[in-house]
Ligand binder design. Structure first.
Ligand SMILES: [Zn+2]
Length: 348
């Protein structure tokens, strides 16, 4: 990327701060109120007036006029719900969102009960002591062979019930967010909290005058993306919708953890040709390191809006995120490239 101004560098630092702060807030799909409140208060602090839809999407007009453009990121994450209380005092889970159970092994978590209590815990294989279970590691990793141990003395189902645990309780996986001195962000749920952080920094840049809106600009933070119906709440008259979501990294894809990825086609089909071309041109004009890629196994909020019946142009872009839906990693440079592209694009 071209050398950036101090003011732009400060916005990149803000995007990283917001991303890390959001990663620290548990928000599996269906349990996103605290993340909604964070986004709302950050926008209000920047002088905007966000509103919340019935299903918890946060929508905010940032200014500008003509050709309404919506930039959307999701603040819900993967997680689980308690499926059953087991006789041995453990919990069986059911996953929220799509990911391999492998990514849960030995992860720490919090179980959020409907009554307001919460308990820490750990996902472990059944019979997890390597000194006792010689077959540990041979079992297929599913919710039958993995379970949650809550950090309470509970030897059976009755004692779990007595604690206040119940089927339907939400389980958030600890994100473990870290910013390394070398500029890597490591955390669960960078998908899509990295992009949500970028959009909040963009709003702050508009307020300070560092970024300019050349058209009517809206931000949308959705709360049901991981289960496939996030992006169906849009302002009236929206012409373009850009999902700012993680860029896929791996196999023959051109994106890495340092670039902004522009998606030409995801698993749902091709993105709008002209809108995607405009994003590529903005990336070039801003001097961004970028890649145009085809995501083999990916769907975004923009697809949802189209399936919901909206007649608009859609595109997808975002910072490259490795190990997606696991303990993910991106780099500050990918956040900077994404913000620079968006700043150039919204000005046009
Ligand atoms: Zn995502």
């Amino acid at each position: 990327m071209k050398a950036a101004s101090k003011a732009f560098e400060a916005l990149v630092a803000r995007s990283v701060e917001h991303a890390l702060a959001l990663c620290r807030i548990p928000s599996p799909t269906g349990f996103t109120k605290a993340a909604e409140a964070y986004v709302e208060s950050a926008l209000a602090a920047a002088g905007f007036s966000p509103s919340r839809s019935a299903k918890g999407s946060v929508l905010c007009r940032l200014g500008g006029s003509g050709r309404p453009l919506v930039l959307a990121a999701h603040i819900d994450t993967l997680g689980a719900v308690v499926r059953a209380l087991k006789d041995r005092g453990r919990l069986r889970y059911s996953k929220i969102g799509g990911y391999p159970d492998l990514n849960l092994v030995t992860e720490t978590c919090v179980v959020h009960c409907r009554g307001g209590k919460s308990f820490t815990g750990t996902f472990q294989p059944v019979d997890a002591s390597a000194h006792v279970n010689k077959k540990l590691g041979e079992a297929k990793l599913t919710d039958e062979n993995l379970e949650i141990l809550v950090d309470e003395r509970a030897k059976d189902k009755a004692e779990l019930l007595e604690l206040g645990l119940s089927p339907g309780d939400i389980v958030s996986i600890d994100a473990r967010p870290v910013l390394t001195p070398s500029g890597f962000l490591k955390s669960r749920h960078l998908d899509d909290k990295a992009s949500a952080g970028i959009l909040l920094a963009l709003a702050e840049g508009l307020r300070s005058g560092e970024i300019r809106a050349g058209r009517e600009l809206w931000l949308l933070f959705t709360t049901y993306e991981e289960v496939g119906h996030g992006g169906a709440v849009l302002p009236p008259g929206a012409e373009d919708l850009v999902s700012v979501d993680m860029g896929a990294v791996g196999d023959d894809l051109g994106c890495d953890e340092y670039r902004v990825s522009i998606c030409a086609k995801d698993s749902q089909g091709p993105c709008d040709w002209d809108l995607t071309t405009a994003l590529v041109e903005a990336a070039k004009a801003a001097g961004c390191d970028y890649a145009v890629d085809v995501y083999p196994d990916y769907g975004a909020d923009a697809d949802v809006a189209l399936r919901a019946g909206y007649d608009l142009r859609h595109a997808i872009l975002g910072p490259g995120v490795y190990a997606s839906h696991g303990y993910e990693r991106t780099h500050r440079d990918a956040m900077a490239n994404t913000l620079a592209l968006l700043a150039r694009f919204v000005a046009s």
